[in-house]
Design a protein around this ligand. Structure first.
Ligand SMILES: [Mg+2]
Length: 242
């Protein structure tokens, strides 16, 4: 995918000039840079100012794989949020909706998390993050020769619990089945025009399930999005001009 300049993408967006579009923005790697300690990914003042302006003008959603608790801690309560890849919808008016069976899967995650010592014993260095409805197993500090075994173990948990297995670069994740960003966004749009921006694999679902939307991928590499921008800083430029 050829990278474009923010100004070129804006010209194309204005050419279409969709009426009353909803803006869907991924968080990590899209609004803020990816950092080594993701639990410290607080937004800086610049992006907060940009988002405050955008949300006054457009219906805006932050769309993330993170838990609602975590994204609220970063962003505060003033934004509409789709958390856990769309399993949780929390609006700036304080209302929160959960996908069907959310509570069941949350309890499954809590139960596995409560047995995490077993994993620490077998997979030294593994970090297990309980996302209140999802579980992430990180491989960063696990000896490489244990990667396959760890993946197989999480796969077994997925088979035993009905949770969906997701294999990321250095993570294995258990998710609520049938949930993805694309479906969640489609449900909210209900036919309305949209701009969708993201940077990783989970955002590809969002572009694919919303082929009529104005989609922007952050970074080079293959994507189903219609446009590609170099990095989060260029997106800030675009959002400032929007
Ligand atoms: Mg991202």
């Amino acid at each position: 995918m050829v990278l474009q300049k923010a100004s070129e993408i804006l010209i194309e967006f204005r050419k279409i000039s969709p009426q009353d579009p909803i803006i869907f923005l991924d968080y990590d790697g899209t609004l803020v840079p990816i950092i080594k300690n993701p639990e410290e990914s607080y937004p800086d003042q610049q992006i907060m100012n940009i988002l405050e302006r955008i949300k006054r003008k457009y219906d805006t959603y932050i769309v993330t794989g993170r838990s609602l608790r975590e994204i609220r801690e970063f962003m505060g309560g003033d934004f509409n949020v789709l958390a856990l890849h769309g399993a949780v919808k929390s609006l700036d008016d304080g209302t929160t909706d959960f996908v069907k069976d959310y509570q069941k899967y949350r309890e499954i995650c809590d139960s596995i998390y409560s047995r995490r010592e077993e994993f620490f014993n077998q997979y030294p260095g593994v970090q297990i993050i309980n996302k209140d409805g999802g579980l992430v197993f990180t491989k960063w500090h696990v000896p490489e020769q244990l990667f396959d075994k760890l993946t197989a173990e999480v796969k077994n948990l997925s088979l035993a619990t009905g949770m969906e297995l997701y294999l990321g670069k250095m993570i294995v994740e258990l998710r609520i089945p049938g949930v993805n960003k694309g479906k969640a966004i489609r449900g909210i749009r209900n036919g309305r025009p949209a701009m969708i921006v993201g940077d990783d694999l989970t955002d590809e679902d969002a572009y694919r399930e919303n082929p009529d939307a104005f989609s922007i991928h952050i970074g080079d590499g293959p994507t189903a999005a219609k446009h590609s921008l170099g990095n989060y800083l260029e997106l800030r430029g675009l959002l400032t001009e929007l």
